[in-house]
Design a protein around this ligand. Structure first.
Ligand code: ADP
Length: 498
């Protein structure tokens, strides 16, 4: 067992700050790295020491593993926390960290390697009793054979990149006629995104819900799960709203999914914090999708309902300490919801809208948590993911957490750029979300930019005409004018977002 005294966060933005806050609570000194574009970033100011590692492009700064390791040696750092994204799931980097005699706050390079490939992950868990989506067990070598298998499974099927992530290289095939076209697209997308064109086929689960289990494992073989998060509200297979617990799981299914997640972790000798993702159909059958070998963006909702600081546990595990929490100690308390606030314009196909945060006032109050990395006046750089913040609310039950979220969204003041907040409010108010009767198709089924526009109906247009006439005719006695405007006003319809 070692004690970490100085930790470098190989990341930026909200996650760098989030990790450093826990370090400060634990008496661990922090080192930030930053690119030239992040010179004035909050994570740089928060750290005890900060080092510029290169130009704005992440390939020349945040992804420069060797430069980061050199910084650690120079500054006497003993551990690296990779956050999410960047080098967090790079087995080679974690091996380099280990070889340099430093601690990688995360799993072993071997676990990252196995789980980094969806096909290798499936193979690794094959001897455990884990439900899998029907499909091809290995990469497709022969298209004609793949078509035969798809016909047997039954369309629609999904073509997926084995090295996939972030929803890339994934194509739904509705029928055999479009098989070749979608296959070509999936392969070329996988090649350009991951440099690996191997793809496989899964049955497309209809009415799919994305439910994932948080796990923690120590270096002594103890593994526990911290229940589930539901991340079914997605845009292009990317999560936008998350909650814990899921509104639809029964205690029995939860326990069974928890058991499977722990077994998946066991199958790859896992230690650290990790997430086992499942897809759940409308009959509540669940199937293993993949394991993410890092801290997830949506981890705060689990922290809120369990009271456990996941970063603190990751650090203890990296120090070689055995877990002090046992499965039976854990229980779900209350409900938490998270929305991702992006500098994107939901009224304009979610195009990035980076710029300056002219006004930036966070919501506050009981049960409201904002994980962000910006202050008023700062610019959202164009070089990185345009997430401004994660807004998390916590309540005694789901309804309370949602009510708090609507209140918090209304209080969040951001000007200077468009954000996804109006879209998030739309989700919170929607009947399908409120009644928990939704799946990953929520956005495509219910959202169009029009729902964010104020309702302008004929009555309003009539009223505008009458008011215009009134303003032009200000010579007339006031009483007459009032009489003219009263009648249409009584028919003024309330503006609604949904
Ligand atoms: P990535 O690693 O690219 O995020 P995942 O395997 O985690 O890919 O899947 C991302 C999302 O794609 C899931 O949350 C779900 O919405 C959808 N998805 C994945 N597999 C299936 C499937 N077999 N059937 C239906 N939807 C799926």
């Amino acid at each position: 067992m070692t004690t970490i005294k100085k930790l470098l966060v190989a990341n930026r933005g909200e996650i760098a700050l989030r990790v450093m806050r826990t370090c400060r609570e634990m008496g661990i000194k922090t080192v930030a790295i930053y690119s030239e574009a992040d010179r004035n970033a909050l994570h740089v100011r928060y750290a005890d020491e900060a080092v510029c590692v290169g130009p704005a492009a992440s390939a020349e700064s945040y992804l420069k593993g060797d430069v980061i390791i050199d910084v650690c040696k120079r500054l006497g750092v003993d551990a690296i926390h990779p956050g999410y994204g960047f080098l967090s799931e790079n087995a080679r980097f974690s091996q380099m960290v280990k070889d340099a005699g430093l601690i990688f706050v995360g799993p072993s390079p071997e676990s990252i390697e196995v789980m980094g490939s969806k096909l290798a992950a499936k193979a690794a868990v094959a001897t455990y009793n884990i439900p899998m989506v029907p499909g091809t067990p290995s990469a497709i070598a022969d298209r004609e054979e793949a078509k035969v298998i798809s016909a047997k499974i039954g369309y629609p099927v999904l073509i997926k990149a084995s090295a996939g992530g972030g929803g890339k290289g994934m194509r739904v095939v509705e029928n055999e006629a479009e098989f070749d076209e979608q296959m070509d697209r999936a392969v070329s997308e996988a090649l350009s995104a991951f440099g690996d064109g191997s793809v496989f086929i899964e049955k497309y689960v209809t009415s799919p819900r994305h439910i994932e289990i948080q796990i923690l494992g120590d270096q002594h073989g103890n593994i526990i799960h911290l229940f589930e998060r539901e991340c079914s509200v997605q845009r292009r297979h990317q999560k936008v709203v998350e909650e814990a617990p899921s509104a639809i799981l029964t205690p029995e299914i939860r326990a069974e999914m928890g058991r499977c997640a722990v077994d998946v972790a066991r199958a790859c000798g896992y230690y650290g914090a990790g997430t086992v993702e499942f897809i759940v159909d409308d009959q509540l059958n669940f199937y293993f999708l993949e394991m993410n070998t890092r801290l997830q963006v949506e981890h705060p909702v689990t922290e809120q309902i369990t009271g456990i600081d996941l970063v603190k546990q990751m650090i203890y595990i990296a120090e070689g300490k055995p877990l002090t929490i046992q499965q039976d100690d854990l229980q779900i308390k209350g409900h938490a919801v998270e929305v991702r606030v992006y500098a994107e314009d939901p009224a304009n196909n979610f195009l990035p809208d980076v710029g300056t945060l002219e006004t930036y006032v966070r919501p506050q109050g009981n049960g409201v948590r904002v994980d962000d990395g910006f202050e008023q006046g700062m610019e959202i750089p164009i070089y990185y993911d345009p997430m401004i913040a994660k807004l998390i609310t916590y309540g005694a039950d789901r309804e309370e957490a949602i009510q708090k979220m609507i209140r918090a969204i209304d209080e969040y003041q951001i000007t200077g750029l468009q954000t996804t907040l109006p879209f998030c409010r739309f989700v919170m108010e929607h009947d399908a979300f409120r009644s928990a009767n939704f799946d990953t198709r929520f956005v495509s089924l219910y959202f169009s930019p029009d729902v964010l526009k104020p309702v302008v109906d004929q009555d309003e247009e009539e009223l505008a005409a009458v008011l215009g006439a009134f303003l032009l005719d200000t010579q007339k006695p006031a009483q007459e004018a009032t009489a003219t405007t009263t009648q249409p006003r009584s028919r003024w319809k309330e503006k609604r977002l949904s």
